[in-house]
Design a protein around this ligand. Structure first.
Ligand SMILES: [Zn+2]
Length: 167
């Protein structure tokens, strides 16, 4: 297994649209294992393949306190969404920024695991928000792009300042 490099906003590669997985092979299993290792190492609660510069529809999520409940979503699709969430979200690609984005409180998701088995998952609260956030990554969308232009400008300025400090 290997730790993967996470792209940082405003990297243009975060705007690539991921393609559906068509072959469930060893390469896919390795990608999932590496993404999970990276997620736990950071640590984070969700990671989309887009964020590690692999443009396939693969997501790993673990919102459990004990960090022992990994959920792998390949080719995820939301089939039902209800309610409005009020959970602020952050992103491994946009460090230190937390914002409220309009999301459904509950979602029903259809997806495959890394072995190609189809399943349906019902999620609410943090898990629901996390899945919607990661699915946006697969479409090339970063959560702060839901905010006003002014807010996005301020965030870009803040991130640029952070980068100068760490350089
Ligand atoms: Zn993110």
């Amino acid at each position: 297994m290997a730790l993967l490099n996470i792209l940082r906003y405003p990297d243009a590669r975060l705007h690539k649209v991921a393609a559906p997985v068509t072959v469930f092979d060893e390469n896919l299993k390795k990608l999932v294992a590496d993404m999970a290792e990276t997620l736990y190492a950071v640590p984070g609660i969700g990671l989309a393949a887009t964020q590690v510069d692999v443009h396939k529809q693969v997501i790993v999520v673990d919102v459990s306190e004990r960090r022992d409940t990994l959920i792998v979503l390949v080719n995820p699709e939301i089939v039902e969404a209800t309610g409005v969430s009020d959970i602020e979200e952050g992103c491994l690609s946009v460090p230190t920024i937390y914002e409220l984005v309009e999301r459904a409180e509950r979602v029903k998701v259809r997806a495959y695991d890394q072995n190609g088995n189809a399943f349906t998952l019902e999620a609410q609260g943090l898990l629901s928000v996390c899945i919607q956030h990661e699915m946006d990554h697969l479409k090339g969308k970063v959560f702060i792009e839901y905010l006003s232009q002014l807010k996005q400008q301020r965030i870009r300025a803040k991130l640029a300042k952070q980068l100068r400090k760490t350089a």
